[in-house]
Design a protein around this ligand. Structure first.
Ligand SMILES: [Cu+2]
Length: 269
């Protein structure tokens, strides 16, 4: 089941599902005390500068605790396959639903989609809207990278090394990458407007770090997940304090090869 856009690129329902991810854009909230600061203080080498920093930090912490809008929690996501095994490299996005204070937009970010051993590395990358992505070719052979996805149609003429400037991903959606020379090369860039996002680790886990208290839609996606996109979002309330656990147990077996595929037949010469 595919639709054909005016550019001739086919958009699958999965593609469309990812493009629907709601939200804003990507700052990171970090409120982590410096442990080296504490160690230095304990070691009796407390300089005037250290005291000043400690006072500033303590004051900041107090202001954070006193201001209701700054109450913060954390989300801990785990993704398990049908057999209960961890699923690595799954994209996780946290989109504020309600009760979450406005989050300041972060400065435009940069990321790298490398090419090694005739593969995109990483195979899946998640970036915030506005991110510039470099596509260095560190292979011994040339590649011609392209995308026909509505979120970012582009192509980088045959090259090695870093001949092309970065590509700016300025619209939300799933960008499916292919190489016009090597059909098996498939990569994915999820461009999200959500302010908090990341990937699951080898244990199938993702921790959001500090996020404002409130309601969120937590969505997972991977090109290997066969479950319907509509079943992959959890609405959760994040309270201040300990992490809010979100467990996603997949109903379908993982795919043997990633989907959707780039379609070389769509190439316009
Ligand atoms: Cu190639």
């Amino acid at each position: 089941m595919t639709a054909v856009t005016r550019r001739g690129a086919r958009v699958t329902p999965l593609d469309a599902g990812v493009r629907m991810l709601p939200g804003m854009s990507p700052p990171r909230l970090r409120a982590r005390p410096s442990s080296s600061l504490a160690a230095r203080a304990a070691g009796g080498q407390r300089t005037r500068a250290t005291v000043a920093v400690t006072v500033a930090f303590t004051t900041g912490l107090l202001l954070m605790l006193l201001a209701p809008a700054a109450r913060a929690g954390e989300v801990a996501v785990s993704v398990l396959d049908r057999g209960g095994h961890a699923v690595e490299a799954v994209v996780v996005t946290l989109a504020p639903a309600h009760g979450v204070p406005a989050i300041r937009r972060a400065a435009p970010a940069t990321a790298i989609m490398d090419q090694r051993d005739r593969a995109f590395v990483p195979r899946v990358l998640v970036v915030g809207v506005g991110t510039s992505v470099d596509f260095p070719n560190n292979d011994s052979v040339s590649h011609q990278v392209y995308s026909f996805s509505a979120a970012k149609p582009f192509q980088l003429p045959l090259y090695k090394g870093t001949r092309h400037p970065p590509v700016v991903f300025d619209r939300e959606g799933l960008v499916v990458l292919g190489c016009n020379i090597h059909d098996q090369m498939t990569g994915y860039i999820v461009v999200t407007g959500a302010p908090f996002f990341g990937m699951t680790d080898a244990a199938g886990g993702y921790r959001s770090g500090t996020v404002p208290e409130g309601d969120y839609d937590v969505t997972v996606w991977s090109p290997l997940i066969a479950d319907a996109a509509t079943t992959l979002t959890r609405h959760v309330h994040v309270a201040a304090g300990g992490p809010t656990d979100v467990r996603v147990r997949l109903a379908q077996a993982l795919r043997a090869r990633p989907e959707p595929r780039p379609r070389r037949g769509d190439w316009e010469y």
